[in-house]
Design a protein around this ligand. Structure first.
Ligand code: M6R
Length: 608
């Protein structure tokens, strides 16, 4: 989704802006632009449709040594991707970059007849509105921004500069993140701390409803009501290695392969293998509060939602006294759902910025329900607004397709469930096998990735020509199938859908023909034989089946079988999901598509 950068300091602003925008590329965008202003107030504005490399080509002819500037990557919401719609937008002597959506932009535009609009964007309306207060520049820029924002409805993270004062940037946020980096002889702005890595380790995360006037040596924060805010400087934990490909061709492969380590980070200090128990400090619930829980609501979108579905299957198995409801955030936020007493909500988000998930969090909080974040991005909005939480600590996930976050989200939620179970007095003989498998899981993941990467690389090529795929599973393998299908469709553009095996006969079986391949997940266990029978039904209709199983005796005449050797009994679906991840990756590579930034998608979906 859109990205913002800004620079005011002693060095070349263009250099920082371009390198910062490149860091934000992973979020997804369709145009980009920067503006810098020299000491005499002369601005250099460069914008281009498409990749940042297009912007760099134009920049080559407009190199400047200006010391202040702002930049943006745009993911189109209002108006097509084009140079005119790209940010920064100009109004008078002001330039603005904006993330988010100004919902009442049409109404505001009606009153801005003086401004000659050059784009179709809501952002230009905001620029013009600020300019209408700023006038001839005698009114302080920060005050003009505040006046305008009081009229704007919607979400925003903005940065504004003026030709009149090439020493200050005014930034503000409401529902769209903004970070201020405290550098050496410079102050940096970004919508995502990853753009600041390598420049500074010290950052201030702006809160909703705050406006800051930033110079190279100062940061002055106030609320929209002009109350001063004392800034809290926090440390950026990410390092450069974490946001580089580290020898891999794509971030997606790097992130799949680093799951043994990223899961270890999720588990660090939280698993007591001697006692067969887990400890989570973050949720901040007392034993008594844990014991009282009767109902869990798990809220997320996309992969985070699938992680919730899988975790729910597990939690129900070892904590029979509670019910678990997993909901899609974009639906739940508009439902008139009654949250039963003694509920706790798990808010699951890698980025911690997903607009729908954030909206649910706020709705649920209004009902007085305790909210616990299962979040990756440290300092993100969701992480800061929940009542308590467990960071999954998988490090930056750059590829749009979420992989390592999924694995750790599932396990973090299972650990939370185990904490409830312990408090409720569930026997240790029931809990211990889960804890033991969790403890062994990073190593098992390492083995599966090592053992099957090459096989899948070879096999996946054969499926690159298909246009349709069906993923099948039951019980814990059902959410695994759903996540596998999502991964395949989002990166390879193969139309992939998932069904519960038992649902086949109720409709989807009619689809099976030569245009489809079928990925069937058959973990050992109570329902294995039933899944085998369902697979036979597919084979009988000429389906091209790839079976993924850990059952040695599996001998159906499928097109391909991936037999996983593992000692896991409970978390086999997580290992099977690794196969799906690698499969989606290699199919996409075989098709020659953009693996890390699939078309039309953004990493962090900060608009509704
Ligand atoms: O940052 P979040 O976890 O809140 O993101 C939720 C979804 O947008 C995300 O998981 C999306 O489905 C991924 N692109 C899937 O790979």
């Amino acid at each position: 989704m859109c990205g913002i950068v800004g620079y005011v300091g002693d060095n070349n602003a263009q250099d920082f802006l371009i390198s910062g925008l490149k860091r934000l590329e992973y979020r997804g965008y369709d145009s980009a632009g920067i503006v810098t202003i020299n000491d005499d107030g002369k601005a250099t504005l460069i914008r281009a449709k498409g990749k940042i490399s297009n912007l760099e080509e134009r920049l080559a002819r407009k190199k400047r040594d200006d010391k202040i500037g702002i930049g943006h990557t745009r993911w189109a919401t209002h108006g097509e991707p084009s140079e005119a719609n790209a940010h920064p937008h100009r109004a008078g002597k002001l330039y603005l970059v904006h993330n988010g959506i100004i919902e009442n932009y049409k109404e505001l535009k009606e009153h801005l007849k003086e401004h000659e609009f050059k784009s179709e964007t809501d952002s230009e309306v905001l620029a013009a509105l600020i300019n209408s207060f700023y006038g001839d520049g005698k009114y302080p820029l920060a005050n003009a921004v505040v006046q305008a924002l009081k009229l704007a409805k919607g979400t925003y993270g903005i940065a504004v500069i003026s030709e009149d004062n090439p020493n200050e940037i005014v930034v503000a946020r409401s529902g769209s993140p903004l970070v201020i980096g405290i550098g050496d002889g410079a102050t940096l702005i970004a919508s995502d701390a990853s753009a600041l890595v390598g420049h500074t380790k010290r950052a201030i995360y702006l809160n909703d409803g705050e406006v800051a006037r930033v110079t190279k040596n100062s940061v002055d924060i106030k609320t929209l009501n002009a109350e001063p805010v004392s800034a809290k400087v926090e440390e950026i934990e990410t390092n450069l290695a974490a946001i580089q490909k580290g020898g891999y061709e794509h971030f997606l492969l790097k992130e799949i392969m680093e799951q043994p380590e990223s899961l270890m980070e999720t588990l660090r200090g939280r698993v007591n293998i001697k006692d067969g128990t887990v400890r989570l400090g973050g949720p901040g619930l007392s034993e008594a509060e844990l014991r009282k829980i009767k109902h869990l609501i798990i809220v997320g979108c996309g992969t985070a939602y699938h992680a919730g579905l899988l975790a729910a299957y597990y939690i129900e198995k070892f904590t029979p006294e509670i019910t678990v409801e997993v909901v899609i955030a974009s639906e739940y936020r508009y439902r008139q759902a009654y949250v039963p007493e003694d509920s706790v909500a798990l808010i699951v988000s890698q980025s911690g910025e997903t607009a729908d998930t954030l909206a649910c969090l706020r709705e649920i909080k209004k009902q007085g329900v305790k909210t616990i974040g299962i979040v990756n991005a440290i300092g993100s909005t969701i992480a800061r607004e929940v009542d308590g939480g467990t960071y999954v600590h998988v490090g930056p996930e750059i590829s749009v397709a979420s992989t390592k976050a999924f694995t750790s989200q599932v396990i973090a939620m299972v650990m939370f469930g185990l904490t409830i179970a312990e408090a409720k007095g569930v026997r240790n003989t029931i809990i211990r096998p889960y804890v033991e498998e969790i403890f062994k899981l990073p190593n098992e993941i390492r083995e599966v990735l090592g053992a099957y990467q090459n096989t899948i690389k070879m096999e996946a090529k054969k499926y690159a020509e298909y246009e349709h795929a069906i993923y099948l599973g039951r019980d814990t393998a059902y959410p695994t199938a759903m996540e596998g299908a999502l991964k395949l469709k989002e990166v390879s553009y193969i139309d992939a859908n998932a069904y519960a095996f038992g649902e086949l006969k109720h409709g989807p079986l009619a689809l099976i023909d030569d245009r489809f391949f079928v990925m069937a997940f058959l973990p050992k266990g109570e329902l294995y034989e039933k899944a085998v029978s369902n697979t036979q039904e597919v084979l009988a209709r000429g389906g091209h089946v790839i079976a993924v199983t850990n059952e040695d005796s599996f001998d159906l005449p499928v097109e391909n079988v991936i037999k996983i050797t593992t000692s896991m009994e409970i978390f086999t679906p997580i290992l099977m999901n690794l196969i799906s991840q690698l499969f989606a990756y290699y199919v996409t590579v075989a098709k020659g598509l953009n693996v890390d930034q699939p078309r039309n998608l953004a990493k962090s979906v900060t608009v509704e």
